[in-house]
Design a protein around this ligand. Structure first.
Ligand code: HEM
Length: 188
């Protein structure tokens, strides 16, 4: 398992494909409280090969593009792109992402390369401020809507992908837990 085009994508291999899901729930900050946004989305993951760093580290790389639409009006209200990277030697997964609010994240986590007892892969990554895995944001966002932590967990296998994520945002004078969850099916 995990081999596509001679490259071992390890726990990332099952991501590759086009996924659709309509059970999304976003909880977002508002000045006076909370906004609940039901959504649907499409994510396209592509295996793009491997890279070598300093002749020492090899990363197998999967690129993705995620487009999220509000159920109430079909408007795209979240657009995200980035990479997942697998370092088989160090047993580390890395996840870079950028969103067009002026926020980018490089999250990371350990992965033993093994499936779970449910025959799928669990990918767990986190980033924070002043940690090894970091968040970069514009001056405006640092001052007005600063992302302090990011945690993402994906379960993928057997044609199903589900995720939950938590973005801790310092906004409107409080610390807000901005969360998103969805379940997706691989397009045939
Ligand atoms: C499915 C994924 C996501 C959806 C649907 C989503 C949706 C939203 C919505 C509806 C808002 C409120 C916007 C407003 O009222 O003006 C918001 C705010 C925000 N989101 Fe997300 N978001 C997602 C993922 C993320 C991720 C991954 C990050 C960062 C790593 C992020 C960072 C922020 C920040 C910093 C804000 C505060 C800006 C503001 O409310 O004015 N979001 N998001």
């Amino acid at each position: 398992m995990g081999i596509i085009d001679d490259i071992d994508y390890g726990p990332l291999a099952d991501l590759v494909g086009i996924w659709n899901g309509d059970k999304g729930l976003d909880i977002a900050p508002e000045p006076e409280g909370i906004e609940n946004n039901p959504y649907y989305e499409s994510i396209t993951f592509s295996a793009i090969g491997d890279v070598t760093n300093a002749e020492e580290q090899t990363l197998a790389v999967v690129h993705y593009r995620q487009i999220v639409q509000r159920k109430s009006n079909d408007k795209v209200f979240h657009d995200e792109t980035g990479y997942w990277m697998w370092d088989a030697k160090a047993k580390i997964i890395m996840h870079s992402l950028t969103i067009p609010r002026g926020v980018s994240v490089l999250a990371g986590g350990n992965h033993n390369g093994e499936k779970t007892a449910n025959d799928d892969y669990l990918l767990e990554v986190s980033a924070g401020i002043n940690k090894h895995w970091q968040i970069i944001q514009s001056p405006f966002m640092q001052d007005n809507a600063r992302t302090k932590e990011f945690h993402r967990q994906i379960t993928v296998g057997n044609g199903k992908l589900s995720y939950s994520q938590k973005t801790i945002v310092d906004i409107y004078g409080k610390i807000f837990e901005h969360t998103d969850t969805n379940e997706l099916i691989r397009q045939a």
